[in-house]
Design a protein around this ligand. Structure first.
Ligand code: PEP
Length: 270
């Protein structure tokens, strides 16, 4: 199959069907909750999701609740993730934690490069790439977030911005290592705003990302999971998840509501 990327590049992808990409729904709780509310939500999700949903599910609570949440998820089908780690392995870095530390709590995924970290903590593409490497080195899966601002979309530079973000990660590691990452496309204008990209808008960027990756490695491009994030809710999830290049969702606000989040997981499992 040949696809024309927005950059005008023709990329050749293997026929769809040769690759099965399992859907992943990831919940990003951000800086919300208390020890007891986190435990209650984790317990509720573990009971609601286990055995009944046909997609991978991970929740990323605040770091200080990892232990509590890990205990509630034990034996369930819900995996544990962290929202951030430092790229260094130890040392005088007050307030930060390493990938190895969150791994000890049972994390198997880590978000890296969320737009809030890029903007509030000035994380560059290069630092994001180093964090992804640190996560892989601790045998976890980085969920690498990329996305454009509204001004960048309006200026018609979405493809270039996303391309720079994705290529910085690809350039920092071997193709085999990159194949172990997950990408989350999160248009910044859609995060926490109630504005969602239409399924067609999201699909266009996801396909563009797959083409960028195919320029380096067609097999990785077909196998890598690309999640969509940005005001995903129970009532818009099915349309987004039905797109051929959308392999799941990174969910913020709606992941704090058990019924909403379970409904999104169910929409991914059909
Ligand atoms: C996010 O924080 O990654 C996110 C997508 O948030 P929301 O679903 O609230 O837009």
């Amino acid at each position: 199959m040949h696809v024309l990327s927005k950059a005008g590049t023709i990329c050749r992808l293997f026929a769809v069907g040769a690759f099965v990409r399992d859907s992943l729904i990831a919940g990003n709780w951000k800086m919300n909750g208390t020890r007891s509310s986190a435990a209650a939500l984790a317990r509720g999700l573990a009971a609601a999701v286990s055995g009944s949903v046909r997609c991978d599910v991970v929740i990323c609570p605040p770091l200080v609740f990892l232990q509590e949440v890990a205990e509630c998820l034990a034996g369930s089908d819900v995996a544990l993730g962290a929202q951030n780690v430092d790229h260094r392995t130890e040392g005088a870095v007050t307030g930060e934690v390493t990938a190895g530390m969150v791994k000890e709590f049972g994390c198997s995924y880590v978000l890296v490069g969320h737009s809030e970290r890029r903007s509030l903590f000035h994380e560059s593409d290069e630092v994001v790439a180093e964090k992804a490497l640190a996560v892989l080195a601790s045998e976890m899966t980085p969920i690498v977030c990329v996305g454009e601002t509204l001004a960048q979309r309006q200026a018609g530079v979405t493809s270039r911005v996303i391309g720079d973000q994705v290529r910085a990660v690809m350039a920092a590691m071997t193709p085999v290592a990159f194949a172990g990452c997950i990408i989350a496309y999160e248009p910044i204008w859609a995060i926490g705003t109630g504005e969602t990209a239409t399924p067609e808008m999201a699909q266009a960027v996801h396909s563009d990302i797959r083409c960028m990756i195919a320029e380096q490695d067609a097999e990785t491009a077909q196998g890598i999971r690309i999640l969509y994030g940005g005001s995903v809710k129970a009532d818009n999830a099915s349309g987004l998840l039905a797109q051929s290049d959308i392999d799941g969702a990174l969910v913020g606000g709606a992941s704090l509501k058990q019924d909403e989040f379970v409904a999104i997981c169910e929409a991914a499992g059909v």
